[in-house]
Design a protein around this ligand. Structure first.
Ligand code: GLU
Length: 424
C-alpha cells in the first residue's frame, strides 16, 4: 500500500515540483526559452473514458491518461498508476520525470506515464481487471515494443501487467515486450518486482562509506510500505540494517528494538496496513520524520517532505524511493541541514532499469537468472550515481540539480542530433 502514509502532504503538486527543478536546471544551463519549451512540453497527451459498472450496480466513469513526454532517446517508457487522485497534471509531471530518469540511468528509452483515477481499495479483482483491459483497449494504438511500453506503478502490479499484455495480445498477437513488470510465469524478468527497492539499497551501499555508515549502525525509517518501501526494507535488513519506523495509509509504527521487515509484509497482507504489528508502538504519522535514524526512505506519494516538516527529519541520508517526495522548499531545508539526499530521478531508477532488462530479454526470447539481473542493475545504478556526483562536484551543485542537468543535456543532444526541431 504505497500511499501518503496518513501523514500531511504539501500543497504543492507533483507538476509544480518537477517543473521547478526543470526550470532551474534549464536556467543554469542557459538553454534558450524556445528550445527549453521543446523538451519541457509533452509530445502527446491522451485522455480516455473508462466506464465500469461497480459492485454498487452503478456505472462509474473513470478517466485514463497516457502522456508521452519525450521519445528522443528511444521508445516511451513508464508506469501506469491507479489512484483516485490521478489527474492529467500529475501524469504529465511523472512522464517528464521518466524522461530524465531513463536519460540519467543511460537506458535507451524516452519518458511516459499513464494513470487511471480509480480507487483500488474499494474495487475487487474483477473490477480492476476490467479497468486495466479497458484502459489498454483505448490506448493500444499508442503502444507497442518499439513505441511505448507501460509498467507497474502505485496501485498496479505484475497481475495488472498480465491483463494488459493479454489485452494487447488479443489485438496484436502475443507480444510480451509490450509491457514490463509482468509475472515470472508470463515472461516477466527475475528480479523486476524487487528492482526499485534493490536499486535504493545499491545506492546506500555505494555511499555508506563516504557517510561513515555500516549496516550494523544504520537505523532505517520507511514512509510507505508498498512494493518499493517493503523491498528496500527487506533487503536492507538482510544486509544487517535495522528497520525502526514505518508508515503507510493506515498510520505509523516504531520500535527501537527493530521491526522485522519480512514479518511486516505478512502482517500488511492480513491486516491491510502496518498498524497493529506485534511489538511495535503506534505513533502519529507526522512523527515518522522525527524518528532517530540514519537512513530515511520516502516511498509513498509526492510532496510528503515539505516546508512544514522537513526540519524534523533526523536522518543523515535520504534515498527517494517515491517520485517527487520532496518539495523545493523542503529540499533547501535538507541541504541547509547537511542531509545527503539521493534524488528520485536517479534513486528509484532501479525499476525502469530492470524493465529495460525485461524488454531486452523479451525481444530475444531469452531469460537471464536473477543474479545476472541484480549484478547488471548494481552496475548501471552505481554508474549513474558516479556520473551525477562527478557533475555535482564539477559544477558545485547538489545531486538533484546535477542529475536534472545530466538528464536534460542527454535528451537535448539526442533531440537535436535526430533533428527534432524543424527549422523549415
Ligand atoms: N513506475 C516505475 C517508475 O516510476 C517504473 C517504470 C518502468 O519500469 O517503466 O520508475
Amino acid at each position: 500500500m504505497s500511499d501518503r502514509g496518513g501523514a500531511s502532504r504539501a500543497e504543492v503538486s507533483n507538476y509544480e515540483i518537477v517543473t521547478h527543478y526543470f526550470d532551474e536546471a534549464v536556467d543554469r544551463l542557459g538553454i534558450a526559452d524556445d528550445l527549453a519549451a521543446v523538451i519541457k512540453t509533452s509530445y502527446r497527451e491522451v485522455q480516455v473514458q473508462i466506464p465500469i459498472r461497480l459492485g454498487d450496480g452503478k456505472i462509474h466513469v473513470f478517466s485514463g491518461y497516457r502522456v508521452q513526454h519525450n521519445g528522443a532517446r528511444g521508445p516511451y517508457k513508464g508506469g501506469v498508476r491507479f489512484h483516485p487522485e490521478v489527474d492529467l497534471d500529475e501524469v504529465r509531471a511523472l512522464a517528464s520525470l521518466m524522461t530524465w530518469k531513463t536519460a540519467i540511468a543511460g537506458v535507451p528509452f524516452g519518458g511516459a506515464k499513464g494513470g487511471v483515477n480509480v480507487p483500488t481499495d474499494v474495487c475487487n479483482t474483477d473490477e480492476l481487471e476490467r479497468v486495466a483491459r479497458s484502459f489498454i483497449d483505448k490506448v493500444e494504438k499508442l503502444l507497442g515494443p518499439n513505441r511505448d511500453i507501460p509498467a507497474p506503478d502505485v496501485g498496479t502490479n505484475a497481475q495488472t501487467m498480465a491483463w494488459m499484455m493479454d489485452e494487447y495480445g488479443k489485438l496484436h498477437g502475443h507480444t510480451p515486450a509490450c509491457v514490463t513488470g509482468k509475472p515470472i510465469a508470463l515472461e516477466g524478468s527475475f528480479g523486476r518486482e524487487a528492482a526499485t527497492g534493490r536499486g535504493l539499497v545499491y545506492l546506500y551501499e555505494h555511499v555508506a562509506d563516504e557517510l561513515g555508515l555500516k549496516p550494523e549502525n544504520t537505523r532505517v525509517a520507511v514512509q510507505g510500505y508498498g512494493n518499493v518501501g517493503s523491498w528496500a526494507a527487506r533487503i536492507l535488513q538482510d544486509m544487517g540494517c535495522k528497520l525502526v519506523a514505518v508508515s503507510d495509509v493506515t498510520g505509523a509504527i516504531r520500535s527501537d528494538a527493530g521491526i522485522d521487515a519480512h514479518k511486516l509484509v505478512e502482517h500488511v497482507l492480513e491486516a491491510r496496513g502496518v498498524v497493529g504489528f506485534e511489538g511495535s508502538e503506534q505513533i502519529p504519522p507526522d512523527d515518522l520524520l522525527g524518528v532517530e535514524c540514519e537512513l530515511f526512505i520516502p516511498a509513498a506519494l509526492g510532496g510528503m517532505i515539505h516546508k512544514s516538516n522537513a526540519d524534523r527529519l533526523r536522518a543523515k541520508l535520504v534515498i527517494e524511493g517515491a517520485n517527487s517526495p520532496t518539495t523545493p522548499a523542503a529540499d533547501q531545508i535538507l541541504a541547509d541541514s547537511g542531509v545527503h539526499v539521493i534524488p528520485d530521478v536517479m534513486a528509484n531508477a532501479g525499476g525502469v532499469i530492470v524493465s529495460y532488462f525485461e524488454w531486452v530479454q523479451n525481444l530475444q526470447h531469452f531469460r537471464w537468472d536473477e543474479d545476472e539481473v541484480n549484478e547488471r542493475l548494481r552496475k548501471i545504478i552505481q554508474r549513474a550515481y558516479r556520473e551525477v556526483s562527478e557533475k555535482a562536484e564539477e559544477r558545485k551543485l547538489p545531486l538533484r540539480a546535477a542529475a536534472y542537468e545530466l538528464g536534460i543535456e542527454r535528451v537535448l543532444e539526442a533531440a537535436l542530433t535526430r533533428g527534432y526541431v524543424h527549422n523549415g
